[in-house]
Design a protein around this ligand. Structure first.
Ligand code: SF4
Length: 89
């Protein structure tokens, strides 16, 4: 659901899992689930990264405005890094 559909302001500091804009979160979850284990960040590190994103000014409705990626997708890939300078994770 898009927060603007309900007359609410965009949710800064929210990840897609808290917004589910037009089912985008389900698509992201399916994509992440399809990643090979060799590519996927382990769960503890994934959650640590997302906690950092939640406190970041670049997060806007699940999108990292520093790179344009869905934060959850970027965090789910082991070799990815936070694009901020300096990197936050
Ligand atoms: S700049 Fe880094 S910490 Fe901030 S939302 Fe993007 S990936 Fe997350």
């Amino acid at each position: 659901m898009d927060s603007q559909q309900y007359g609410r302001p965009p949710c800064r500091r929210c990840l897609l899992e808290e917004i589910d804009r037009n089912g985008a979160y389900r698509t992201v979850v399916e994509y992440i689930a399809s990643l090979d284990k060799s590519v996927r960040t382990d769960e503890a590190e994934y959650r640590r990264r997302l906690a950092v994103c939640r406190s970041c000014d670049h997060l806007n409705e699940g999108v990292c405005t520093a790179c344009g990626c869905f934060a959850e997708v970027r965090a789910a890939k082991r070799t990815q890094t936070c694009p901020d300078v300096p990197s936050r994770w």
